[in-house]
Write a protein that binds this ligand. Structure first.
Ligand code: HEM
Length: 394
């Protein structure tokens, strides 16, 4: 049987045929890991939803969200991030921030995002032949986070470089730089917080985070540093992947790309299908806090329980013809943003970035062609491309 833990199992493509077979035969599948306890891979859509809806039974704080158990110091740091907080603390931190990420508020960023996309397209047009992941997609998410947080424009290239270093730790091309990128980014944010505390409040997320009373507690500069790292890392690779894997899926389906060019009102649906079909993250983990059952499988307190989005998004019980890419798919209840308690805080921002990016890409370049083999990142977490060589022509 294929090893679902081995990053090499994902290098060519995710193992969709194996996952389809397991959904039929062992939908709650135990995967061994060497050197530490293995995990239950939860493969059916309904079961992933069930796990996500029980945040006290399936905790993020207990063991974090990665397959690998963390060292106690790392786990402690992780627990300062929303992603690794359980209720009620999670609610205390999320509730005051959530209004800033609401659809209506995020919609107000459309013109800024369009401006950034137009600059990116203008630069790409000068190049013509581009490595799409790096040359085209990577600038958007860090610049958008910069706007949200009120970072000085001069600091953006530096943050962009650090964010780029944060990419998947299992790929030999990046491994050495990952933790340094995270540390440097946290240090930057701690200094930024100290500067901003001296200045007048502004209408941005930084002021909101620094001035909010989170159920009796204010953020220290160090708390702010962890939070900042979380926002940049959560929103960076995932968004880049949506854009680059999305273009690849469209190039692989030229009829649908032509339909999209002819009718731009299809773009939001296409973005949803890209998210379902090319979900940027394979999984997030929980830890069972009590003995329980999933289907007929006994789960013990302390077991790792993993919500496998790559499988749930192709569950035949939920999606007709689930292996088919279909930009008109409706309804499309994919789980690429998770669901329930930890549902992606940046969901509206990500969707807006996706829509505006593809609108501007298609409007700028009537011709887009692959010029080489795309290369995927070696990772069991990031379902992403490392490079996508294309020619963009006006
Ligand atoms: C295509 C882009 C994105 C994808 C696929 C994605 C995916 C996810 C997923 C699956 C979760 C749920 C984690 C869980 O249940 O354990 C999540 C949570 C989160 N995301 Fe996103 N995300 C994206 C973009 C963004 C952006 C742009 C931001 C912020 C600017 C962001 C910020 C967050 C935060 C703060 C959380 C934690 C929420 C919580 O624990 O309450 N994400 N994201």
């Amino acid at each position: 049987m294929l090893d679902l833990y081995d990053p090499d199992s994902y290098v060519g493509a995710p193992p969709h045929a194996v996952l389809a077979e397991l959904r039929r035969t062992q939908p709650v599948y135990f995967q061994e890991m060497s050197g530490e306890p293995g995990y239950w891979a939860v493969l059916k859509h309904a079961d992933v939803v069930h796990v996500a809806r029980e945040p006290n039974l399936f905790s993020t704080s207990e063991g974090g969200v990665m397959l690998e158990n963390l060292e106690p110091a790392q786990l402690d740091m992780m627990r300062n991030m929303l992603l690794a907080m359980d209720p009620p603390r999670h609610v205390d931190y999320r509730r005051p921030i959530a209004p800033r990420f609401k659809a209506r508020v995020i919609a107000g960023m459309e013109e800024q995002i369009r401006g950034i996309c137009r600059e990116i397209m203008a630069t790409a047009a000068e190049q013509g032949d581009v490595e799409f992941v790096h040359d085209v997609t990577s600038a958007l998410p860090s610049r958008v986070i910069g706007q949200l947080m009120g970072l000085p424009a001069d600091d953006l290239p530096f943050i962009h470089r650090l964010a780029e270093m944060n990419t998947s730790g299992q790929d030999a091309d990046y491994a050495a730089d990952v933790s340094q990128g995270t540390i440097d980014m946290a240090m930057y944010a701690i200094q930024f917080a100290a500067v901003r505390r001296e200045e007048a409040p502004r209408e941005d997320l930084t002021t909101l985070l620094l001035e909010t009373d989170f159920n009796g507690q204010y953020m220290t500069d160090i708390d702010f540093g962890s939070f900042f790292v979380q926002l940049v890392t959560a929103g960076n690779d995932t968004t880049k992947t949506m854009l680059s894997s999305g273009l690849r899926a469209l190039l692989d389906h030229p009829d649908q790309l032509a339909d999209l060019r002819a009718d731009r009102s299809l773009v939001p649906g296409a973005v949803e299908e890209i998210l379902r079909y090319e979900n940027p993250l394979h999984y997030f983990r929980r830890t069972a806090t009590a003995d329980t059952k999933l289907r007929d499988v006994d789960i013990s307190a302390g077991d790792k329980v993993v919500m496998f989005y790559t499988s749930a998004n192709r569950d035949e019980d939920v999606f007709d013809d689930s292996q088919r890419f279909d930009i008109r798919r409706s309804p499309n209840p994919h789980l690429s943003f998770g669901i329930a308690e930890h549902f992606c805080l940046g969901v509206h921002l990500a969707r807006l970035e996706g829509r505006v990016f593809f609108e501007e890409l298609l409007a700028t370049f009537p011709t887009i062609e692959l010029t080489g083999e795309p290369v995927r990142i070696r990772s069991n977490l990031n379902n992403a491309l490392k490079s996508l060589p294309v020619k963009l022509a006006r």
